[in-house]
Design a protein around this ligand. Structure first.
Ligand SMILES: O=C1CCCN[C@@H]1CCCn1cnc2cc(F)c(F)cc2c1=O
Ligand SMILES: [Mg+2]
Length: 484
């Protein structure tokens, strides 16, 4: 049928899968792989256009490294790879014959790129080196595949930069993190928390990891939105990436790496969708306004169609992404449901009365509000409406997320909040052993609780506040929760 077979609050997993199938993705015959159809690819491209322009302002250059990794190099990284080894996909044959040596498919590109960073970086004039690539990566994950959120192949950008000083690296980590916040909050209308990952949750190969964290109220689960790592000099040591400084001394470089992926689209769908389907934030909607004729038996049908076409061209000339749906084999009602399912943020209806009054009827997808606006002030009205929709979607999502935040002080309060699917803010002693202990004590079929991040914006931590889990003096406020 046309509608969704389940409600978002009743069966979130099934709801999400059905919503995704309304032209965002198609399931593929290899488990964990999905087809990105134009309706979602357009979202990826709009974000890419923004982010690519922003990193170019930061003097980052795009490049492209091979998909294949030779085993020697991949295994060079004992510590950070060993945990990931089961996820690495290998090419072992070509045609009928076995390859002499199996070749890995990149799950991330440090080991592909850094041998060449070592070759290219000789003197301090070669720094900073700032490269990015837009590509796919493959991680043969075994936990439940979810469209956009967890797939065996996904699209991302991965930035890899090298500096002479730690100060430069530290600064860039936060500049990139701010871009990730903007992608989520300004484009996807999804509120995120900026913070530092714990020692346990950070990228093991790096020095520290910062991230933007989202939260899905329906499931009470946190989801890592994007990461920006400072790698310190760890990879410089491993790959001999040194430069000759002004005094002729050979110094190791300081490096960062940072990524966001098509997971962003899944977080947006989960955050905004409702029981009528997708709701697209106007900033990332490939069709922001759909214009639908409402002909009436003997009324001036051609006049109505012409008004629709004129409306679309007026909006398009103003830079608004508008489309008319003049298909004569579907009723207006069917079209309303179809475009609501696809999440088009604003609908314009033009019927006989609208024609007479030289007006159009607008209907917002986010809150259903209808408004008749005169054709004369169409463009500025629609621009205003799209901005209001964008802002409203963000505010609503932010209020829903804030309603889930629970500040706790004791273990019992922690467990109770966890069972109520809350986003938990707790005073923590910041000891790795304690985080491992919390994971162990909260393990269950719905997954253990772990730290999401320690927010840069720290609430007041009164002297003498104790860690909720260990009873030791708390050092910081940290968000905890189950993860998607
Ligand atoms: O997260 C980023 C930003 C972009 C560049 N990479 C870093 C760290 C990636 C961490 N990571 C994440 N997943 C992995 C999966 C693997 F199979 C594997 F061999 C290695 C990794 C792995 O290193
Ligand atoms: Mg992983």
């Amino acid at each position: 049928g046309l509608g969704l077979s389940v409600k978002k609050d009743e069966n979130f997993g099934e709801w999400y899968s059905e919503v995704c199938k309304h032209e965002m993705i198609e399931y593929y015959d290899i488990s964990g792989c999905y087809i990105l159809r134009p309706w979602s690819m357009a979202i990826w491209e709009i974000m890419q256009t923004f982010f690519d322009a922003e990193i170019k302002k930061m003097k980052v250059k795009n490049c492209y490294f091979p998909l294949f990794v030779s085993p020697g190099v991949l295994e060079k990284e004992k510590d950070h790879i060993e945990g990931f080894a089961p996820e690495v996909a290998w090419v072992t044959k070509s045609g009928k014959s076995d390859l002499e040596v199996p070749i890995a498919i990149r799950p991330t590109s440090e080991t592909v790129m850094y041998p060449y960073y070592s070759k290219w970086i000789r003197g301090h004039r070669d720094l900073p080196l700032k490269l990015n690539q837009w590509c796919n990566v493959v991680r043969w994950e075994f936990s439940n595949p979810t469209p956009f959120i967890r797939s065996r192949e996904f699209l991302w950008q991965e930035g890899h930069t090298a500096f002479a000083t730690k100060e430069e690296a530290d600064e860039e980590v936060l500049q990139i993190l701010e871009l990730y916040r903007r992608i989520y909050e300004e484009y996807l209308a999804v509120p995120v928390v900026k913070g530092m990952k714990s020692e346990n949750e950070k990228f093991a190969g790096g020095l520290y990891t910062t991230s933007v964290e989202a939260f899905i109220p329906n499931t009470g689960r946190g989801v890592q939105g994007a990461t920006s790592h400072c790698l310190g000099q760890n990879f410089a040591k491993m790959f001999e990436i040194r430069y000759e400084d002004e005094e002729g001394k050979r110094e190791m470089v300081w490096q960062n790496s940072w990524a966001y992926s098509t997971r962003t689209i899944g977080v947006m769908i989960m955050t905004h969708g409702d029981d009528k389907g997708l709701i697209l934030p106007p900033k990332v909607a490939s069709v922001q306004v759909v214009v639908i004729p409402v002909p009436y038996k003997d009324a001036n049908t051609q006049g109505i169609f012409d008004a629709c076409t004129a409306t679309v061209s007026a909006l398009s000339e103003a830079g608004i992404r508008a489309e008319e749906d003049l298909r004569d084999n579907y009723s207006p009602g069917w079209k309303y449901s179809n475009w609501e399912m696809k999440g088009v943020p604003l609908r314009i209806e033009i019927g006989p009365r609208d024609l007479e009054n030289d007006q159009v009827r607008t209907v917002r997808r986010d809150n259903g509000v209808k408004e008749d606006i005169p054709r004369g002030s169409l463009v500025e009205h629609v621009k205003e409406l799209l901005e209001k929709i964008q802002q409203n979607m963000y505010e609503v999502a932010r209020q829903k997320r804030e309603a889930c935040v629970q500040e706790i002080r004791t273990w019992d309060e922690f467990i109770s909040a966890l069972n109520q699917k809350k986003l938990i803010l707790a005073p923590w002693c910041d000891e790795e052993e304690v985080e491992r202990d919390v994971k162990a004590r909260t393990k269950g079929e719905t997954g253990a609780a772990k730290t999401l991040c320690s927010p840069f914006e720290q609430p007041e931590l009164p002297e003498g506040t104790l860690c909720f889990a260990s009873g030791k003096p708390a050092k910081k406020w940290t968000y905890w929760g189950r993860k998607l």
